[in-house]
Design a protein around this ligand. Structure first.
Ligand code: HEM
Length: 278
């Protein structure tokens, strides 16, 4: 039965087409949303440094700005700037057309991307080591592992590009991208959860059951998807599975669009518009 579905060329053709379309839709929604989050980080956190009003950082999380621990302060500031750049520039680095047509551009932006990822990881880790996160040790462990993985993926992406081991370079670049996207997904997951479930499992000090799961859940699933993607190159997938995957991607894109709308309206949009003088 399964082989007749797998062998049905009509269903396979439709599945491939819809999977391609829904995949592109999801990438477009995710990039737009992540870029809006990156622009918000620049407009709110980085602009506060320029304005000399870093107390503003504490409006979102208490203790983000603490002048008595300069190492944590520098780490956080650097992590805001480079983290935002990663979100804005990441997809350009993955575009095959640009990679093929402008290899020198890809190399230079790649070096900047990897350096920014390294600084983001080390900056976040410095903050955790000096001050600790709002949620205590479970969140320290979750975010700490995240920082270690981002830093490792940045180093490995660079190292394998230097030695021209391009298959490994590609695999680490995909892992790095999946990890970076996590910083945006963390906010989206919270937004969608609060929208659907209210404050169930969440507490103000981020020690609720949902908060503890989320300390890991914003990057481990992405890494698993990245692993599947890295290994599934050229795999023959039955038409029915493709159709199912296409429906899943389209539904995710719809959920992210709703989440992005509310985030932009109430949270990211106002500082971005204020920075633009609108
Ligand atoms: C990849 C891009 C990243 C961006 C755009 C980003 C952005 C942010 C933002 C905006 C905040 C402030 C809280 C909020 O508004 O939600 C924050 C907090 C934080 N980030 Fe990141 N981040 C990124 C990556 C990382 C990485 C790799 C680490 C590594 C450990 C990290 C560790 C932290 C920590 C520890 C906090 C403070 C949490 C607390 O106060 O308890 N971030 N980040």
């Amino acid at each position: 039965m399964m082989s007749s579905i797998a062998g049905d060329p009509l269903r396979r053709g439709a599945g491939t087409l819809l999977l391609g379309l829904s995949g592109r839709l999801l990438v477009a929604v995710a990039w737009t949303s992540a870029a809006l989050f990156g622009a918000y980080v620049l407009a709110f956190y980085v602009a506060a440094i320029g304005d000399g009003d870093m107390q503003r950082w504490n409006q979102t999380l208490p203790g983000l700005y603490a002048p008595e621990t300069p190492l944590a302060l520098i780490g956080m500031g650097a992590h805001f700037l480079t983290g935002a750049l990663l979100l804005l520039a990441g997809p350009v680095q993955l575009m095959a057309g640009i990679r093929r047509r402008f290899p020198a551009f890809h190399r230079w932006t790649g070096r900047a991307y990897v350096l920014a990822a390294f600084v983001t990881g080390i900056g976040g880790l410095a903050f955790i080591l000096v001050r600790g996160t709002v949620g205590g040790w479970p969140m320290d462990v979750g975010f700490g592992l995240y920082g270690v993985l981002v830093t490792l993926a940045a180093v490995e992406t660079f190292r394998h590009a230097r030695t021209r081991r391009l298959d490994r370079h590609r695999a680490w670049a995909i892992r790095l991208f999946a990890l970076v996207v996590g910083s945006w997904l963390y906010r989206m997951d919270y937004g969608i959860w609060l929208m659907l479930m209210g404050r169930l499992g969440h507490s103000n000090d981020f020690t609720g059951p949902f908060d503890i799961v989320m300390a890991f859940f914003f990057y481990l699933p992405n890494l698993m998807v990245a692993e599947v993607f890295i290994r599934a190159r050229g795999l023959m997938v039955p038409g029915g599975v493709r159709l199912l995957a296409a429906a899943g991607l389209a539904a995710t894109a719809a959920l992210l669009t709703i989440g992005t709308y509310y985030f932009t309206k109430f949270y990211w949009g106002p500082p971005i518009l204020a920075t633009l003088g609108l």
